[in-house]
Ligand binder design. Structure first.
Ligand SMILES: [Zn+2]
Length: 318
């Protein structure tokens, strides 16, 4: 593992945060860091803002990575995207039209734990009040089941992937909506912000899918056709950027994946009232969560095209 930032390795959180500090120091005119919260293990939840002539009058686009600890390609390709947003002239229009708020590692403790102890860990590392969680495997909350929109609406016979109140399972939703510092940090930052957020993109792995709300059940928003048509356009761009490698499937969770409650995507749309919300399942290339590092730049380039097309499309609609 390299101790300097690049996109040919998966890096530890310390390397990524040190790089974000340097990037902000070197590009003060367009980059600013925000510590939006602190985890139970004392790590900062670090967000980077990128924009030209930044102002609350500019619409914001929020980008989230690393909510699930083991999905390493998410922080790796989202930091690639950050670097391109700052340095690539092809994205200049995007950062002139929008301010980007990028949180590359939403789940810092979980991410660190996948580097030190358990590569396949998914949740955060919170210690729940319930007795069961004193057992090692029972720690942590699935942060993408902990957001407060339709939270906890889970039938007993439901597939646990949908969300569960059993702490030992990987998709444990927590004691209550927003019980976790990481989800609180995102909620508080977005709701307290004086600006209008128009876009929200969450990067996960794996599956090569591009989804729009809703995720809590097999239902669609009133404007789903518009979200769908834009998703098709984005998927075409990702296909081209991947040189014909990655064919993203497009739809709602209920139609192309499985439904789940308490996701950030549903909260972004249902409570924060953000119009263009997408959840990306990045490719696994047959290796699942263990996508080899040789793919980081490939996936990073498809993320760049996704965000470039999304920004252009929204700017044309505004
Ligand atoms: Zn995920």
């Amino acid at each position: 593992m390299s101790s300097f930032m690049d996109w040919t390795h998966y890096h530890r959180i310390e390397v990524i945060y040190a790089w974000m500090d340097r990037l902000a120091a070197e590009h003060r005119n367009i980059v600013k860091l925000h510590k939006i919260g602190r985890t139970v293990e004392g790590r900062d939840i670090l967000l980077i803002k990128i924009g030209v002539n930044t102002s609350p009058k500019k619409p914001g686009i929020f980008i989230e990575g690393g909510i699930h600890a083991r999905e390493w390609i998410s922080p790796a390709s989202v930091t690639y995207l950050i670097n391109e947003l700052v340095l690539n002239p092809n994205l200049r229009d995007a950062i002139e039209n929008f301010d980007f708020f990028v949180l590359p590692i939403l789940n810092p403790d979980g991410y660190a734990y996948t580097h030190t102890t358990d590569r396949m860990w998914r949740k955060n590392r919170a210690q729940d009040s319930a007795l069961l969680t004193t057992l090692t495997n029972c720690r942590g909350v699935d942060l993408n089941r902990n957001f407060g929109y339709k939270w906890g609406k889970v039938g007993l016979l439901e597939n646990p992937q949908h969300g569960t109140s059993l702490p030992c399972l990987e998709t444990y939703m927590g004691d209550s909506a927003f019980s976790e510092r990481e989800t609180q940090a995102v909620r508080n930052f977005i709701l307290a912000h004086p600006r209008k957020f128009i876009g929200y993109v969450a990067f996960h792995s794996f599956g090569t899918k591009l989804m729009y709300p809703w995720s809590y059940a097999n239902v669609k928003t009133h404007d789903w056709k518009e979200l769908h048509n834009l998703a098709v356009h984005l998927a075409e761009g990702m296909f081209e950027a991947s040189r014909g490698e990655d064919r993203y499937e497009v739809g709602t969770a209920g139609t192309i994946q499985y439904t789940a409650t308490g996701g950030s995507d549903d909260w972004a749309r249902g409570v924060a009232d953000i119009k263009y919300v997408y959840l990306v399942e990045l490719p696994g290339k047959g290796q699942g969560f263990l996508l080899p590092r040789q793919w980081i730049q490939h996936v990073g380039n498809t993320n760049v095209e996704l965000i470039r097309r999304l920004s252009t499309a929204i700017a044309n609609k505004l």
